[in-house]
Ligand binder design. Structure first.
Ligand code: WTA
Length: 567
């Protein structure tokens, strides 16, 4: 059962002031996401309501009320402030999905510093480039991730504090390493919240492009306005809901809708910090009586693969609303979820850069399985002609997804890279970098990305980053990386390589290279397949033609090869 007004009703007379009013915010006021997600909810009389149910490896369970998260945010914020961290310093969160990750997020924001969440499975090289670019001043982490930081610390002069949340006193600490235990700290009842305003930076998420190093997407505290309203209207969260967002806060879904959206609405949410298993996921829903579930197509496809038998053994009747993001949600997955859960997964489309949902299957609207839906109220979304950059009015014609700038959660720049940021705008439109078409009723149908970025299981991987890391392997002379189709992950990373003289390609070399990338970058960036070539296809000017390799993987026509090297 859905509780919100109809799409047509909402779109008429829409204004972001609706959210501003509900949040009692007026232009020019102080707006601090850390405060809105905890102190304000307590002031509204929900101090004793559960904010977080956490379950980790080995059935470790914890729960926190809104007052607990308010105090924890204060305690962590005050600790950081006492160390000397000030407004706009970048503080990286490099932790598994443990409670400290969620609580530190609030603490960092409360002191006006910028949160830089990074996926804890990142290897030392992935970590290095992102910390270097952001000139990060502090990193909050767990003992288990310390070795990766120790490996790169000498190359990071700006990194002054390495804060360890689970330090073992029997172990020695090195320079800059500081233990911090939330459990053993005296809770800080009151603190001075830093007076951030609409334009103050809040979160810095790194995302991958085709060329160059990852870009730091800079968000501001005002992003709360659209994160709050999209959570309320699309995820349809109500006071008695139990919500589960399966995304890791290393990625934008895990912060916009895994922290800010639900907590700014005072909603109870659940976190499961363990690997994927269909049975464990269903049991988690049963145990916590989850009502609203926001997930991703790869997870849904994996659940489909696990079969329907397991569903029959588990009570999933608490579920009342499902949504998905991150990759194309195929029609079969929507139809399957209606069959087994009695509910369709509603597809939503957005990006790290947009900060909040842009195109959605708005609850109550007619669902067309396989379509991303329509623009959220207040969002002007179009498909542009790739040559003229004029909106295409003809249904079915493929063009570039673009939005009229001006929604509250829009990024304000790429960190230290204003030039790349400016390239995202043409003719007054923000170019998302994806291709789609509109049907006669104005629904968006996703076609693909407009660049070479690989979307594996909803995570964007830059071919450039993987190619550069491959070149650091002793045996590799040249490399080219493309997406390869995959039934579950939609795409996986495939590498083509040539070897240096004296090296042979065999199974051991392949495994060795895979491991090398997994450790250096991440398990996501690790090529699932490596193909040895005598030489890579190149243009006359020597540029590797990924296009040809891509076409080969996807069984497509190769197209114009007139600029190919002719030897
Ligand atoms: C893709 C994740 C098809 C798209 C929130 C986009 C999607 C990129 C969808 C952003 C969807 C996201 N259907 N493709 N519903 N949602 N994408 O920055 O290519 O990690 O540009 O943000 O994922 O990925 P990002």
């Amino acid at each position: 059962m859905i509780n919100i007004g109809s799409y047509d009703e909402r779109i008429k007379n829409f204004s972001w002031e609706i959210a501003e009013k509900e949040l009692e915010y007026k232009k020019g006021d102080i707006i601090n996401i850390g405060w809105y997600c905890s102190d304000r909810i307590c002031e509204m009389g929900k101090s004793e309501k559960i904010a977080l149910y956490y379950e980790g490896f080995g059935d470790k369970e914890k729960s926190y009320t809104f007052n607990d998260i308010r105090l924890a945010g204060n305690t962590i914020g005050t600790f950081l402030r006492d160390q000397g961290i000030v407004a706009e310093d970048r503080v990286c969160l490099f932790m598994d999905r443990i409670p400290e990750l969620y609580l530190s997020f609030l603490g960092v924001l409360k002191i006006g510093a910028i949160v830089q969440p990074l996926f804890s499975a990142f290897g030392d090289e992935s970590l290095l480039v992102r910390l270097e670019n952001a000139q990060t001043r502090a990193i909050i982490t767990q003992r288990k991730h310390l070795s990766k930081i120790r490996k790169i610390i000498d190359r990071l002069p700006s990194l002054e504090y390495i804060i360890i949340v689970d330090h073992n006193p029997a172990k020695e600490l090195k320079e800059k390493e500081i233990p911090f235990s939330l459990k053993n700290s005296t809770p800080v009842e009151e603190m001075e919240i830093y007076p951030t305003t609409a334009e103050s930076p809040s979160v810095l998420h790194y995302t991958s492009g085709t060329t160059g190093q990852p870009k730091g997407v800079r968000h501001v505290h005002y992003s709360l306005i659209s994160q709050y309203l999209t959570t309320k209207w699309v995820l349809d969260l109500q006071d008695d809901d139990i919500y589960w967002c399966t995304a890791d806060p290393g990625w934008v879904t895990g912060t916009s809708y895994g922290i800010i959206g639900p907590w700014s609405l005072g909603i109870t949410q659940c976190v499961l910090d363990s690997g994927f298993s269909a049975e464990a996921w269903y049991k988690f829903i049963e145990k916590y009586k989850i009502t609203m579930w926001y997930s991703a197509p790869t997870a849904i496809r994996s659940l489909m693969k696990a079969g329907d038998e397991v569903i029959k053994r588990i009570d999933l009747k608490s579920l009342r609303h499902l949504a998905s993001v991150g990759e194309p949600l195929n029609a079969e997955a929507v139809i399957w979820s209606e069959k087994v859960f009695g509910l369709p997964f509603l597809d939503t489309y957005w990006q790290t850069e947009t900060g909040s949902m842009m195109i959605t299957n708005y609850p109550g609207m007619k669902i067309k399985p396989g379509s991303m839906g329509k623009s959220f109220p207040g969002i002007t979304g179009v498909v542009l002609d790739a040559k003229t950059y004029e909106p295409i009015t003809e249904p079915g014609k493929v063009g570039l997804i673009a939005f009229k700038p001006g929604w509250p959660a829009m990024m304000t720049t790429y960190w230290n890279n204003e030039e790349k940021y400016k390239e995202k705008f043409v003719n007054g439109w923000y170019l998302a970098g994806d291709r789609a078409y509109l049907d006669t009723e104005g629904y968006f149908w996703f076609i693909g990305r407009d660049d070479d970025v690989i979307n594996t299981g909803g995570h964007l991987v830059s071919p450039f980053e993987v190619e550069s890391a491959l070149l650091e392997h002793e045996a590799i002379s040249e490399s080219a990386v493309v997406a390869k189709p995959d039934e579950v992950n939609m795409e996986v990373v495939k590498a083509f390589i040539t070897l240096k003289p004296g090296y042979e390609f065999d199974d051991d070399t392949e495994l060795n290279i895979m491991n090398f990338i997994r450790k250096k970058l991440s398990p996501l960036a690790m090529p699932q397949e490596i193909e040895f070539m005598e030489s890579l296809p190149k243009t006359r000017s020597g540029k590797i033609m990924r296009r040809i390799l891509h076409a080969k993987e996807w069984g497509e026509e190769i197209g114009d090869t007139s600029t190919l090297e002719d030897d």
